[in-house]
Design a protein around this ligand. Sequence first.
Ligand SMILES: Cc1ncc(COP(=O)(O)O)c(C=O)c1O
Length: 407
Amino acid sequence: MDKKLAEIRKRVPALSLQVAGRDLVYLDNAATSQKPYSVLQMQTSLSEAASGNVHRAIHRLSVEATEAYEAGRAAVCRFINADSVILTSGATASLNLLAFCFAERYLGPGDKVLLTEAEHHSNLVPWQMACARKGAEVCFLPIDESGEPDLEVFARSLDSRVKLVALPHISNILGVVNPLEEMISIAHSRGIPVAVDGAQGIVHAKVDVQALDCDFYAFSGHKIYAPTGTGVLYGRRSLLEEMPPYMGGGDMVGHVSYGQTTYNELPLKFEAGTPNFTGAACFAPALTFASELREDAELQAYGRKITEYLMEALPTIDGLKLYGVPKDIGRKSGVFSMTIEGTHPSDLAQLLDQMGIAVRSGLMCAEPFVSKYSQTGMLRASLLPYNTMDEAEYFVQSLRRAVKMLR
Ligand SMILES: Cc1ncc(COP(=O)(O)O)c(C=O)c1O
């Protein structure tokens, strides 16, 4: 296993960095992943050699850029078993597009959109904005610190005013896989569509949008080894067909006259302007890398061991409280958020940085959920399959040391 992991890590150059004179221990993967050479090299080679714009000219550079862009889209479709996807600049862009366009078509005064209490701001603020515009209301399904929704409460929340459920596959704080299949089936039994914020889910869970039967699924490329400025929105064709476009401009049109415009077919109707085609093309090598790690049973079992270790070891630190402790540990992904009595998360993160460890601290773009626990911040360590047990152990030892230094 050590040899296999060393080989994988060699393919991701940032993992060999030194920070504060030590080997970097990168545990901020829920914020962004480190990219393998295959992605970095494709990004460079496309920037050097194929800078034609996509879907426009008939010259060779444009054709090659279009082919690379569409190959990126095809790789995404294969990865999530979708017939087609809209390419965006990230999960935030996907969720804003969705909230705006869904609201335009389907929301009116008195309607409700049901979210969970544990949303990232990207799946909260766009809905607040859209509902304010339409006279609709955002309401919230309770989630406790174990990280799991109560399905009976969920079913009871779905009254006739609820026009959409929008929830994370995995919360960026709790790291617990939501029971999407059950929730989608309950919502669909009342005729309510379900949108999934998959920014963390795409990284830690296997996603098959057709088997899940979700109506929308949004995620960012940069959290799953693709470059920044890349994202995806999958949507059920029948709903997308009905929704108006988001932005107007090149590529999203059918015919334009001075008086009126017809729109392009899906997915281009929602892709106005020049996209980040070099970035999107890199979905192909990024998702090949992700699939390779995901399909390696030995690596997956090793990842489960690290999760189990952290779930046991972290609570042995005096005053530490973990958020996201599901009854079934199999539902816990590699995202660990915590607070530690008598210490501030930013001070801990600062000390850990001096020990070569990168973790996240603060409100983690989920201020209402963090505030619910009367906290002004949390500390979060998040792992990917390229992290090692040694790193997890070093993190726990270092955190223990940092807590002692602050008390
Ligand atoms: C659950 C969740 N949703 C949405 C986002 C937004 O992603 P991005 O900033 O890449 O658009 C994040 C990013 O951390 C996230 O964790």
